[in-house]
Write a protein that binds this ligand. Sequence first.
Ligand code: FES
Length: 123
Amino acid sequence: MRAVNLLERTKERGRCSMLEGFQSVALVAELPPGKSKAVMVNNREVALFNIDGKYYAIHNICPHEGGPLCEGRVKGFVVACPWHDLAFDVRNGRGTDGGGYCVGSYEVQVEGAEVFVGPRRKA
Ligand code: FES
């Protein structure tokens, strides 16, 4: 239930930035270092992480069986899926287990008090 409410709030926020293709997804104050949350960007569920004051965004749905990566344990730059522990680098979406799984990663910018997520990075 809580995740849905957060997603709904993000959809409402969803205004565009001066940066081409970037969408406002959160306030800086909502996501302090060590926290993560699910946001919606162009109808895609994205996991947004704050690691030591820098923001990273990857696709939120684990390619294994759909676990919510925003709810995973984070160690360094690696998030472990909460369902079966596949791990992904939040900087680029690459799987770190050597199994060939990966997820999309997205550009992130901060403007003033807001966090914006942009286009998916090229693999
Ligand atoms: S659903 Fe993520 S590891 Fe299985």
